[in-house]
Design a protein around this ligand. Structure first.
Ligand SMILES: NC(=O)c1ccc[n+]([C@@H]2O[C@H](COP(=O)([O-])OP(=O)(O)OC[C@H]3O[C@@H](n4cnc5c(N)ncnc54)[C@H](OP(=O)(O)O)[C@@H]3O)[C@@H](O)[C@H]2O)c1
Ligand code: SF4
Ligand code: SF4
Length: 379
């Protein structure tokens, strides 16, 4: 395992951070997942060198923190740093913030949280957090030793990121970033701005939630033609870790094999190690993905809810899956949800509300009709 600098904090953390959002299996214990399996995955990662664990109040129906707390018994807590988050929807004043933090400490079975994040904010949510005094609350909790670092995770346009990151004395930021998202959300500009400010960056969705682990055939052909053979996961993580601003790359693993694979990969990655040929390969891979992508929907859900009841990001995800991977829309998980909830593109009222809200400025109305037609849903 490689360990990397956390910007101005003067500490180091493991290059691979375990995300605790994607555990699965049959419900057991106090959680909605297979608790013993999750505990064993968490301990396997720590025994392999992982020192950074990421969870949140809302993950896994509010049970992710519970299972992480159990996994960190028996001396594991002392070996790691924990990141968890405060969700905007659950707090309206200082008393509720205090109660929520205390509940998280209890579930995590610890007396302090290392990285405490305002969860998934943009400019509007940050203004809300300030209006209820969250900025002061975080400072007070840091002084009281209940949290070590004041942080935020971000989902929104770059303009929001530029504003939020410079509007407060943040210790760390977590962004969505991967070789496809260079111009999306905070993007490369945001990563570089954080670097200039000395604020360490933690990465989420480095594999786009797993989508970059499975290369479509035109992408696989590029990887196969390169003289050095690496898996799609290895290329994606290698590209991320090439950026010196990045402290830790989170990945949510559901299987021991994925943990072991990531432990192997993160033992080989360093900042600034990619050759010009490797960087050119990743540019070509990005272009190959884009050529097969029907629409650049990032599933940010700014357009939701739709007054007509259309699951807009779901329709676009199924359309992209059909084009990228040849997934039969009738077998696509998104489309199965859409059909179960009668949330298809045929319910669009052409009111235009979604197009005004979309940060990607997508032509949603026409694209929904094209998607529905190409996926054979009019038949
Ligand atoms: N703050 C926020 O707003 C926010 C938002 C999203 C995520 N997060 C956090 O960030 C963490 C990381 O994001 P993420 O889970 O989306 O990360 P990710 O690395 O983009 O996706 C994780 C998925 O990638 C696949 N995967 C991982 N390692 C693999 C390997 N070696 N080989 C093949 N497939 C592999 C698995 O997919 P399969 O399950 O399909 O096999 C896994 O579920 C989350 O767990 C969560 O803790 C935070
Ligand atoms: S234009 Fe159609 S898809 Fe967009 S918000 Fe209105 S009804 Fe929903
Ligand atoms: S259509 Fe636009 S607003 Fe809606 S989820 Fe996709 S990117 Fe976000």
């Amino acid at each position: 395992m490689k360990y990397r600098e956390f910007g101005k904090l003067g500490i180091k953390g493991s290059a691979f951070g375990l995300g605790c959002m994607r555990f699965n299996g049959e419900a057991s214990g106090d959680t909605i997942i297979d608790e013993q399996k999750a505990i064993s995955l968490i301990r396997r990662a720590i025994d392999g060198g992982v020192t950074y664990l990421d969870t949140a109040y809302v993950y896994l129906d509010k049970t992710s923190e519970i299972v992480l707390g159990k996994a960190l018994r028996d001396g594991y807590r002392e070996r790691v740093t924990i990141a968890t988050k405060m969700p905007m929807e659950y707090v309206h004043n200082r008393e509720e913030m205090q109660a929520l933090l205390d509940e998280e400490l209890k579930k995590l079975q610890t007396d302090h949280i290392d990285f405490y994040l305002m969860h998934g904010i943009n400019k509007e949510k940050w203004e809300y957090f300030k209006s209820i005094g969250a900025d002061v609350f975080f400072e007070d909790m840091k002084r009281a030793g209940k949290i070590r670092y004041k942080c935020f995770s971000f989902h929104g346009p770059y303009e929001d990121f530029e504003y939020v990151i410079q509007d407060y004395d943040w210790d760390m930021v977590q962004i969505q970033y991967n070789f496809m998202d260079v111009n999306n959300q905070a993007g490369t500009k945001g990563l570089e701005l954080a670097g200039r400010l000395g604020i360490p960056v933690v990465i989420m969705e480095g594999l786009l939630g797993g989508r970059l682990a499975k290369a479509p055939e035109n992408v696989q052909a590029l990887y196969d033609a390169f003289p050095v053979k690496r898996t799609p996961v290895e290329w994606a993580f290698r590209w991320l870790c090439n950026h010196p601003q990045i402290a830790t790359v989170l990945s949510g693993c559901n299987e021991a094999e994925q943990i072991d694979d990531n432990l192997r990969i993160f033992d080989t990655v360093e900042p600034n190690i990619m050759s010009d040929d490797e960087l050119k390969l990743m540019d070509d891979v990005r272009a190959a993905y884009v050529s097969r992508t029907k629409i650049g929907c990032t599933a940010c859900r700014y357009c939701m809810p739709c007054p007509g009841g259309v699951d807009i990001p779901g329709v676009f995800a199924a359309w992209n899956n059909m084009s990228l991977y040849g997934t039969d829309p009738k077998q696509d998980w998104n489309m199965q949800q859409i059909r179960a909830h009668d949330a298809g593109a045929d319910r669009c009222l052409a009111c235009g509300a979604c197009q005004r809200a979309c940060p990607q400025h997508l032509p949603i109305i026409d694209s929904l009709q094209a998607a529905w037609s190409e996926m054979g849903m009019r038949d």
